[in-house]
Design a protein around this ligand. Structure first.
Ligand code: IPD
Ligand code: CA
Ligand code: CA
Length: 257
């Protein structure tokens, strides 16, 4: 089965009015500690799921706001985070994205991160490179920690490791140019892919947070590993370091080990 990337991109972009619906983003349910879902998350997931199903009925669908038991990663699987950055959405912070990936036989082949507030669409196809609104992108060439801008994720839904995590941020902050916290893992990975930041790291991410970003970074010439420098098996939870390669290696060797 061939995948028509243009049609997928069109379907993804059609979610923009839903993201801008402030009435629905005010309809909030708490899923867990500081972990919320709004009617926007639900509607976006349903719209995209339905459109993908009409195009490719044989592909399984994994989405953050549904039960995903029984997904078989030896087959074809869509991996969707309808709204990555729900806390940002609730606060009208202007940085929430949609993240969509396609895995085929255990390999990521398509990754899309769409930022409806800026109309930036990041697209990666396995073996064909990464693009931002059609223009080829690559990771930054910086190799020195002191000139690097590094984004950090706070792993907000499990605060038990908060002290340790923030001490790690302090260690990195002392050595790099500065740190950032955007509040959308998918966007932070996409920013690594296009060279705006040298690296991003966060513990405890789910496949829908990082699958599209992982392919974007790899296709843009960078690397994504866990905190020990190991390969990511994108079918489960993971601690993620996405980088231009050089800065990720420095983080793993000098800060995480
Ligand atoms: C979250 C965001 C946030 C990150 C969390 C994610 P959600 O996703 O990406 O930036 O810190 O770890 O879970 O819940 O807004 O889809
Ligand atoms: Ca997410
Ligand atoms: Ca989400």
């Amino acid at each position: 089965m061939g995948i028509d990337t243009e049609r997928i991109v069109e379907a993804v972009k059609r979610v923009k009015p839903l993201f801008m619906d402030r009435e629905r983003s005010a309809q909030i349910t708490e899923k867990g500690l500081a972990d919320y879902v709004t009617q926007v998350d639900i509607r976006v997931q349903e719209q995209v799921r339905q459109e993908l199903y009409e195009l490719y009925p044989g592909v399984q669908f994994m989405g953050e706001e549904k039960d995903n038991s029984g997904i078989d990663f030896t087959g074809d699987v869509w991996i969707l985070d309808p709204v990555d950055g729900t806390t940002n959405l609730i606060h009208d912070f202007g940085h929430s994205t949609l993240s969509l990936a396609l895995a085929r036989g255990g390999e990521l082949v398509l990754g899309i991160v769409y930022h409806p507030y800026t109309d930036e669409l990041f697209l990666a196809e396995k073996g064909k490179g990464a693009r931002l609104n059609g223009r080829r992108i690559s990771v930054s060439a910086r190799t020195q920690m002191r000139e690097s801008l590094i984004s950090v994720g706070t792993a907000p839904y499990d605060k038990r490791q908060a002290r340790e995590t923030f001490l790690l941020f302090a260690d990195v902050f002392e050595k790099c140019a500065d740190i950032r916290r955007l509040g959308s893992a998918a966007l932070e990975l996409a920013y690594v892919a296009c060279g705006r930041i040298e690296a991003y790291f966060e513990r405890n991410l789910k496949p829908w947070d990082y699958a599209a970003g992982l392919l974007l970074i790899e296709e843009a010439g960078g690397a994504v590993t866990d905190f020990a420098g190991g390969k990511i098996d994108f079918s489960g939870k993971a601690d993620i370091v996405g980088s231009n390669g050089a800065i990720g290696r420095l983080l793993v060797d000098e800060f995480f080990s």
